[in-house]
Design a binder for this molecule. Structure first.
Ligand SMILES: Cc1ncc(COP(=O)(O)O)c(C=O)c1O
Length: 407
């Protein structure tokens, strides 16, 4: 991919709508809110059409006009190929539902969709002169940051809460980041990053505190629309923590509509959270524009959604409202049962957050919030093998007489 020009016109504060110069390094806006990248969509419309994409590699960079990559920047890539849509026909029959397609992001480099956001954000940071990046993370984002920084020849420093999954913490360290467990929550890890910005020269990569990860996550929506032949599904079930994917995909659909590449129809965006941490579902059901108080206590083992008060709460709630979507909270026990059922009945290994989306689908169907005729996309954001599996404790003593009939 050689980007000849960037179509970015400016960045915009998601709250005050104040404009900021493009092609610069930013964290939050002056108002302390996330910044959003804006493009000259008319110029893009004149320069490229969906047919032009057909000759390009099937990866996230094929949408280069809709990405903020600077001209002649070195793309930091580990091979972010398209992820497939996998149907779950038996589960659909079992649930009495309609078409269910899993968007399997577990096939991305480092085993999760975080690769999309971090590939783009690290590409931008490197092009804009950053050399040392720091991040608080409970897992997958840290693994992707660490890998892409090593790929780019940048330093990275990662702080993980002490209850972050062991496999992912090891993965982060293995890819080369200076990695630390912190006796506290993700918010405490974020405070450590903020403290080191001046003294250590770190660039703060906390969720939504730099503008380009959203653009990387946006490619999930662009890709999905192209895979469905420039149509969109009726429903998107998305496991929502910080909400970057929810915000990014909605932005993708808005941009595609303005380009005229899709019709006015857009999916209903359904935020899936856990009964052990569901600040967005609660705020949405109460008709709030923000999450008032951080969710307490956080009891879920669904690491991807353990965010008590997301920085982009108002943006997620707006997406849910504008798309005629809603929120669903699911229990960890239902998630474990469903994950095991799908593995056995469909041969497909969902991560816990992906299984949570399927539980949410079933609940929404039962409650009459969706119908059988809806086409539903379930986001499996991380590879199932990154999460714990139930024990397997049967063994055979080959020196004893084996009763094969009892096996
Ligand atoms: C597997 C998985 N699912 C879902 C999420 C939530 O993603 P987002 O921050 O886009 O809401 C995460 C984030 O850590 C994750 O790792």
């Amino acid at each position: 991919m050689t980007v000849l020009r960037s179509y970015v016109t400016h960045l915009e504060c998601s709250f005050s709508l104040k404009h900021y110069e493009p092609e610069r390094l930013y964290n939050l806006s002056d108002a302390g809110r996330p910044l959003i990248v804006r493009y000259d969509l008319n110029a893009i419309k004149a320069a490229v059409s969906p047919e032009d994409l057909l000759a390009r590699p099937q990866d996230m960079w094929r949408f280069e006009e809709l990405l903020p990559v600077l001209p002649h920047a070195e793309i930091v890539s580990l091979g972010e190929a398209w992820t497939p849509l996998i149907p779950l026909p038996r589960i659909s029959v079992k649930f009495g539902g309609g078409e269910i397609l899993v968007k399997d992001e577990g096939r991305m480099p480092t085993g999760s969709f975080k690769a999309r956001g971090l590939a783009l954000a690290v590409t931008m940071a490197k092009a804009l002169g950053v050399t040392n990046i720091a991040m608080p993370t409970a897992g997958n984002a840290g693994a992707a940051l660490s890998a892409y920084c090593s790929r780019a020849g940048l330093r990275s420093t990662v702080f993980c809460p002490e209850d972050a999954p062991e496999t992912t913490v090891r993965e982060i360290a293995f890819h080369g980041a200076e990695t630390y467990r912190v006796n506290g929550l993700i918010s405490h890890c974020g405070e450590l990053v903020a403290q080191g910005v001046d003294s250590q020269g770190w660039f703060d990569f906390s969720t939504l505190k730099e503008p380009y990860r959203i653009e990387g996550k946006k490619t999930m929506g662009l890709e999905l629309a192209e895979q469905l032949d420039w149509d969109v599904p009726d429903l998107i079930f998305y496991p929502t923590g910080g909400g970057t994917g929810l915000i990014g995909m909605w932005k993708a659909f808005q941009e595609l509509e303005e380009l005229g590449w899709i019709s006015k129809k857009k999916p209903r965006m359904i935020a899936v959270q856990s009964t052990g941490c569901a600040p967005l579902v609660k705020a949405y059901d109460e008709g709030k524009a923000f999450v008032d108080e951080p969710w307490e206590p956080v009891t879920t083992k669904l690491h991807g959604v353990r965010v008590p008060k997301p920085l982009g709460d108002f943006l997620c709630l707006q997406v849910m409202r504008d798309s005629d979507g809603f929120g669903v909270m699911v229990s960890d026990d239902d998630v474990s049962d469903t994950r095991a059922m799908v593995a056995r009945e469909e041969g497909f290994h969902l991560g816990p957050e992906g299984a949570a989306c399927l539980v949410a689908y079933r609940q929404a169907l039962k409650a009459g919030r969706i119908t059988k005729s809806d086409q539903a996309i379930i986001f499996n954001c991380g590879n199932g093998l990154k999460s714990d599996l139930p024990p397997m404790d049967r063994s055979i003593d080959r020196h004893e007489t084996i009763d094969f009939g009892s096996l």
